[in-house]
Design a protein around this ligand. Structure first.
Ligand code: SAH
Length: 461
């Protein structure tokens, strides 16, 4: 981090703007909005200042800048078109440890000004640290459309209830209460302009003595194959609300990083042959945590209902009467196929796709090989790495041409993604020679040939 983001209280503080042009006027406007007492120092002012002068909002000192002019100001902005003057302003402010900004010259600044979204009292500030103001502005524009216009009014409403709520709830419950209010129907009332209805509803919620906020909940969340951009909005929102997260080895660090910082993290393992926690224990852990009133995110790689044993975990929750939600994720097959440029179906090559587990049980793979070895079908093997020789042999034995192309995708969708291709006769060898490691997905079918034309994602090693 090159800059510390802070919000400065300049209400009634003396601020100095050096320069009388349009840029100086824009900065003046901003300082006035934040309640600063602004003096503009410049031999002459452009017409952009006429309104402020007429309304007596600023003090004009008609003079050239001298070093000692900055003394006694809480904040200084240099906005002249003369580099030497701007530099002199910066130097003399810095010598007195007065925060100074020189417009468009980050190197001379002790603070820089972000692009802002103003929903006062809510303010969102975006900065590229001077690297690309255009980028920051584009981002600001996107955020602008995400933050409802009523956010400021919502914040004001909430502020007026803060003390009530503080008196009624302990910290953990309080946070939960506010999250309900801010994400639920009450917030929607504000956004649709019905502020007094919202106020009444909030009061009623607070008066309801039966209100219980202490029941925990479990969210079974699909974390996708690795790239955090592939999370759903719902997954992200619930991850941001978690008190505790129970995660698998498959969950990428980049995804785990998006869980609320304060949430407790529990590793539940699931490495082949050395499960850190037996499934039974995970099921009961989830129940226990929820019964403590926690919001538990059970975070899984890919989709929880595709080779994720999600069904077993929620069966235990359901039996115990614990509320839960299931949030789908992008499964490895979908993620890896896209990022490897291998369409899973294609009008010319494949009309169906089968997801199958290649997990070995007692050294063998008990699958319906006849059904898998069909022409014009794509077969995706999850957990197939250790049985790769068996699955290739069986597919050939059941009628697939030995020349059927196949791909190995290791750590798909992540910066470590590797894709190796061959056919049913070479795949096992490629695994051994290429030092291929889990998690790896195997795709078998004619569609693999399309990769040469369609590949687009090639992470830099
Ligand atoms: N529920 C998960 C699958 C869990 S089974 C999902 O929907 O994706 C674990 C297997 O998934 C691994 O052995 C591997 O075959 C596959 N897998 C998961 N993530 C992967 C990734 N990023 N790259 C390649 N294979 C992956």
């Amino acid at each position: 981090m090159d800059f510390l983001p802070i919000f400065l209280n300049i209400r009634d503080q003396p601020c100095l703007v050096v320069g009388g042009g349009e840029v100086a006027a824009r900065k003046t406007a901003l300082l006035l909005r934040a309640g600063g007492r602004v003096t503009v120092l410049a031999p002459a002012l452009s017409t952009a200042f006429d309104g402020y002068l007429a309304e007596g909002k600023i003090t004009h000192r008609a003079a050239n800048f001298h070093g000692e002019d900055v003394a006694d100001y809480a904040l200084v902005i240099a906005a002249t078109n003369d580099d030497a003057v701007n530099r002199a302003v910066a130097d003399s402010a810095k010598a007195r440890r007065i925060p100074v900004n020189v417009v468009d010259q980050p190197a001379l600044c002790s603070f820089i000004m972000p692009s802002i979204i103003d929903r006062s009292p809510v303010i969102v500030a975006v900065s590229s640290g001077g690297a690309s103001p255009v980028l920051a502005r584009l981002l600001r524009a996107r955020l602008e459309s995400l933050v409802p216009a009523g956010y400021g009014r919502l914040a004001t409403l909430v502020a007026s209830f803060r003390n009530h709520v503080k008196a009624r709830f302990q910290p953990v419950e309080r946070r939960r209460f506010w999250e309900r209010v801010l994400q639920g129907p009450i917030a929607e009332l504000v956004f649709s302009g019905r502020d007094s209805d919202a106020r009444a509803a909030l009061q009623a919620t607070l008066d309801d003595t039966r209100l219980t906020l202490d029941s925990g909940e479990v969210y079974l969340v699909g974390g996708g194959p690795g790239d955090p951009d592939l999370l759903t909005f719902r997954a992200l929102r619930l991850m941001q609300q978690a008190d505790v997260v129970v995660y698998d080895r498959l969950v990428s660090p980049a995804v785990l990083n998006l869980v609320r910082l304060e949430a407790e993290r529990i590793y539940a393992g699931k490495e082949r042959a050395k499960h850190a926690l037996p499934q039974e224990d995970i099921n009961h852990l989830l129940v226990r945590l929820a019964k403590q009133g926690k919001r538990v995110v059970r975070l899984k790689g890919g989709d929880p209902f595709i080779f994720g044993r999600g069904g077993e975990e929620i069966a235990t929750l359901a039996a115990e009467g614990i509320p839960f939600q299931v949030v789908p994720g992008i499964t490895a097959a979908a993620g890896c196929a896209s990022y490897a440029g291998i369409p899973l179906t294609h009008r010319d090559y494949s009309q169906s796709v089968v997801f199958v587990t290649g997990h070995l049980q007692d050294g063998s793979m008990n699958l319906n090989w006849q059904a898998l070895a069909q022409p014009r079908q794509t077969v995706v093997f999850y957990m197939g790495l250790h049985g790769v020789d068996i699955l290739c042999q069986q597919l050939i034995a059941h009628g697939l041409p030995a020349s059927t192309p196949a791909a190995l995708i290791q750590q798909g969708t992540t910066p470590q993604q590797r894709v190796l291709t061959g056919d049913l006769t070479t795949l096992a060898d490629i695994v051994n020679k290429g030092n291929v490691k889990a998690p790896t997905l195997i795709i078998v079918g004619e569609v693999v040939r399309l990769r040469d034309k369609l590949k687009w994602f090639e992470p830099v090693p």
